[in-house]
Write a protein that binds this ligand. Structure first.
Ligand code: AOF
Ligand code: ZN
Length: 378
């Protein structure tokens, strides 16, 4: 029987390396399928000060895990070193042995970890394997900061639904567009590039059937070199109105497009869309509104591993998420254009958002004001 090595308190150097690991974990946010994007740094000190000898981030698609890459890079230098992990190392056997075991086998002397892993297959077992292997473990170092790149994953495990970001562009007079008028340009190039970056960081982007039809959007990430970062798409379409020749239907073979619809949807329309590669999620109707029941849909999405959903329009879809209190984050971008009386009013304005949510960041991009809000703590 081994005795547990006492926990060593975190030092300033520990926090600096953990901060670097958390920044590195940002790299694959939105790209690791059902896995969280986490990072590992392996650091050793041979008397001349600490140096990083191995780095790893969860691979695109979710495997291999961060520890695998970091240990491979460190090789023999891992022996006696400290590993900084933004998430408790896993304890379960997947295609490879658990990361906690790999750290023990590689001869790591100490593990500093940030977030605890709520996955029931891990949930403390990762740390237990390390301690049983004779490693010193310092958990919960910068846990709050480490939660940021894995907030979707934590929401999926904690609330049983994906994290929801509602993003809307508002004209100066609080409109989001003109009904039946096609797309209206509200924001400038910098805000648009930021929007594409937000898209790249989400698993799924969701719009209503009305917006899909009126705007015929592409919903992809159009930043140079980041085309492969486009999220999957979901259209809320209870009565299955989506025409098969819409852009998102025509491109469903390249970027998965799902339509959330009711069982009563027209089978011919469904077959035509399915031929394009569109997939369907069978939904229930909200008994009061006849719209897609959002809590049940989100629960189904979480069960398939979706951790983050970006809701991008239109007014009714935004309103239904706001009314159901399902908005965790809100981005409002207000441009200088006036749309006028014929415009569609946004379901929330900046002043109301300031009361209902907590303003966490505010930027000015040219003539556009970019506001980021978060849910107020209960
Ligand atoms: C780690 N390092 O980089 C990540 C971890 O489906 P699997 O077998 O790949 O396991 C997924 C689980 O692994 C996930 O729910 C979470 O508990 C953990 N993620 N763990 O040690 C990593 N991404
Ligand atoms: Zn692992």
């Amino acid at each position: 029987a081994s005795t547990t090595i006492p926990e060593r308190p975190a030092t300033d150097a520990d926090r600096r390396f953990m901060a670097a690991a958390i920044r590195y974990a940002q790299r694959h946010v939105g790209r690791t399928a059902t896995n969280p994007s986490v990072a590992t740094l392996i650091v050793r000190d041979d008397g001349t000060g600490p140096r990083i000898v191995g780095r790893g981030v969860t691979a695109i698609g979710g495997r291999p895990h961060a520890e695998t890459g970091a240990l491979a890079e460190a090789g023999e230098l891992a022996r006696g070193a400290t590993a900084y992990v933004t998430l408790e190392p896993c304890a379960h056997h997947g295609r490879t042995p658990p990361c906690a075991e790999a750290l023990v086998t590689a001869g790591i002397a100490r593990v500093v970890s940030a977030a605890a892993d709520p996955d029931p297959r891990v949930d403390g077992r990762g740390h237990a394997i390390l301690r049983a292997g004779g490693l010193s473990v310092t958990p919960r170092v910068m846990a709050a900061e480490a939660a940021a790149p894995i907030s979707g994953y934590l929401t999926r495990h904690g609330a049983g639904r994906p994290e929801i970001l509602l993003k809307m562009a508002l004209s100066r007079d609080g409109r989001i567009g003109i009904r039946g008028g096609g797309q209206v340009k509200i924001t400038g190039a910098v805000a648009d590039a930021q929007t594409h970056l937000v898209r790249a960081r989400h698993d799924t982007i969701l719009i209503g059937a009305g917006t899909a039809q009126e705007d015929d959007p592409r919903l992809d990430c159009r930043l140079p070199g980041m085309a492969d970062r486009s999220p999957n798409r979901i259209v809320l379409d209870p009565r299955l109105r989506t025409p098969p020749d819409l852009t998102i239907a025509r491109t469903a073979a390249e970027t998965p497009t799902l339509i959330a619809t009711l069982a009563s949807a027209d089978p011919e329309r469904r077959a035509a869309l399915a031929r394009q590669g569109v997939q369907f999620i069978a939904c229930e109707a909200d008994p009061e509104t006849g719209r897609i029941a959002l809590p049940e849909l989100l629960e189904d999405l979480a069960a398939t591993g979706v951790a983050s959903v970006l809701v991008e329009g239109g007014a009714e879809t935004g309103a239904s998420f706001l009314d159901s209190d399902l908005v965790d984050r809100l981005i409002l971008v207000q441009g200088p254009v006036e749309i006028g009386e014929e415009g569609v009013r946004a379901p929330i304005d900046v002043a109301t958002a300031r009361c209902r949510f907590r303003l966490v960041r505010e930027y000015r991009f040219g003539d556009d004001h970019w506001y980021e809000f978060e849910r107020r703590a209960a």
